[in-house]
Structure formats: structure tokens, C-alpha cells
Design a protein around this ligand. Structure first.
Ligand SMILES: CC(C)(COP(=O)(O)OP(=O)(O)OC[C@H]1O[C@@H](n2cnc3c(N)ncnc32)[C@H](O)[C@@H]1OP(=O)(O)O)[C@@H](O)C(=O)NCCC(=O)NCCS
Length: 226
């Protein structure tokens, strides 16, 4: 059951039916955010197929196809804890929205003394002023809470909050070719492919994967959004 969110949600936003509270993060949330299980399992990935045409004719061209490949056995992928940490979460061009589960049964799992609610999802975003781009630097939904509309809600909130603060023209994100579930969900949320980088993860734990960039235009002129 997905929650219907108002067009211009104000934070904190509560989903009473499911006991979920959406709010801006504080420094106290750090420990709880790190307990989110952001791993995923997939039996499909995207692969690039390069092809060169007209070789030898003096006018070579090239093409690339991105194809879905079914794996022989499912891939279980975990992210290193600090993979997306760029150390400037406190700066004025960033924000993080967290979702906490306020149901009493979750309180016993809350890792921070004095905080009774367990954080089960978050989205972090950063504004790039030169090209009016809102960069989604991270989005994680605890595995038990996926496919319930929380990712879509967080993406909408990030877009709305970002547009209220800055003249955002588009939302942009990077995702690995093996993260087939996330790419499917971003496509459902209205994102399109912006480009690829086959060198981005060389020398990192994700070596062998390639980066897919996706973007989504923000509707309406910036001046009318507030
Ligand atoms: C990617 C992620 C954020 C999506 O969040 P979510 O809360 O599960 O997504 P939602 O429930 O809001 O779904 C949004 C849309 O995507 C679709 N979707 C979600 N997961 C999907 C999947 N595995 N396969 C196909 N479609 C999927 C939903 O059906 C929905 O579309 P609809 O409303 O048109 O039916 C979540 O899976 C996640 O946290 N993954 C692990 C961490 C991660 O990979 N982060 C991204 C790094 S780039």
C-alpha cells in the first residue's frame, strides 16, 4: 500500500497508516542510517555491446547497445559503508531526508539512546549551481521496506525541497549497471538515461561494473516553484 503524498509536502510529513515519519536528518541520525541494509539481489544486469561499422571505408562509426543479460546465478551486492560519503553533508548545498518507523515494535532496534524510532530509509541530495542540477548522492531503503512507495516518496520530496531552495532544472543520479532493480525503479519514477562511464569504478571495489547516469527534468519554470 503506497502513501499518497500531497503535491507540496511539508516536512515533517507523517504517514499515519503505516507509522512512518519523513523529516530532515540531524547529526544524531548517523548511527541509525548506517544500520540500513542497502544490499540487493538481482538475476539480471545491464551490459554494453560495442559495435563498429564501416571499418576500412574511411568513415568509421561506432554504436553501443545496452542490453539486459540474465545471470547464471543471482548476484548479491552490498555497498561499502562510506561509498557515497563526500564529507560535506553539513554544507548549505546539501540535505538529507530520513524516514523513521515510529511503530513501537521498531523502538527496540533503534541504535541511538534517546531516539526511539528506527530510521529505515533516506535520500541525500546536493545542488550543483552551475548547471542547476540536483544530484541524488544516495538513496537507501531498508530491504524490508522496499516496493512500498517509499523510494518514490523520497525522490518527490527531494525534488520539491531542492526546488524550494534552489533553481533546480533537473534531477540527476549515478547507478551501477548491476543495480538492475534500482534502474527499473528510476525508470518507473520518470528518469531517462543521460550517459555512461565505463571507467568510473576502475580501482574501486566496484571494478568491472560501469556507471549509468540518469536524469529527470523538473516540471515547470523554476520561478513558479517554491
Ligand atoms: C532503488 C530503491 C531506492 C527503490 O526504492 P523503493 O522504495 O523500493 O521504490 P518504490 O516502492 O517507491 O517504487 C517506485 C517504482 O519503482 C518500481 N520498482 C521498485 N523496485 C523495483 C524492482 N526491483 N523491479 C522493478 N520495478 C521496481 C515500483 O514498482 C514503482 O513503480 P510503480 O509505482 O510505477 O509501480 C530501493 O530498491 C533501494 O533502496 N535499493 C537498495 C539501495 C540502492 O540500490 N540504492 C540506489 C543506489 S544508486
Amino acid at each position: 500500500m503506497a502513501t499518497t503524498m500531497p503535491d507540496f509536502p511539508k516536512l515533517p510529513f507523517t504517514d499515519p497508516a503505516r507509522g512512518l515519519n519523513y523529516r530532515l536528518s540531524t547529526s544524531d541520525d548517523e548511527a541509525s542510517m548506517h544500520t540500513i541494509d542497502s544490499s540487493f539481489v538481482t538475476d539480471r544486469v545491464f551490459q554494453i555491446e560495442f559495435n563498429t561499422s564501416n571499418v576500412g571505408s574511411g568513415d568509421p562509426g561506432f554504436g553501443l547497445d545496452i542490453k539486459t543479460v540474465t545471470l547464471d546465478s543471482p548476484l548479491h551486492k552490498s555497498f561499502p559503508d562510506d561509498e557515497n560519503s563526500d564529507g560535506d553533508d553539513e554544507s548549505s548545498d546539501c540535505f538529507t531526508v530520513v524516514v523513521e518507523d515510529t511503530n513501537p515494535l521498531c523502538a527496540k532496534d533503534a541504535p541511538t539512546p534517546g531516539h526511539n524510532n528506527k530510521i529505515i530509509a533516506f535520500i541525500s541530495a546536493k545542488f550543483s549551481s552551475w548547471n542547476s542540477r540536483l544530484i541524488i548522492t544516495d538513496i537507501e531503503i531498508n530491504s524490508l521496506y522496499r516496493r512500498q512507495g517509499i523510494g518514490r516518496n523520497l525522490m518527490r520530496l527531494a525534488e520539491r525541497l531542492g526546488s524550494a531552495r534552489w533553481p533546480v532544472r533537473h534531477v540527476w543520479l549515478e547507478v551501477s549497471n548491476v543495480n538492475y532493480p534500482a534502474i527499473q525503479s528510476y525508470l518507473r519514477m520518470g528518469f531517462k538515461i543521460a550517459g555512461l562511464d565505463i571507467s568510473l569504478y576502475v580501482g574501486t571495489p566496484a571494478e568491472g561494473e560501469f556507471a549509468i547516469f540518469m536524469w529527470k527534468e523538473v516540471s515547470g519554470p523554476a520561478e513558479t516553484r517554491s
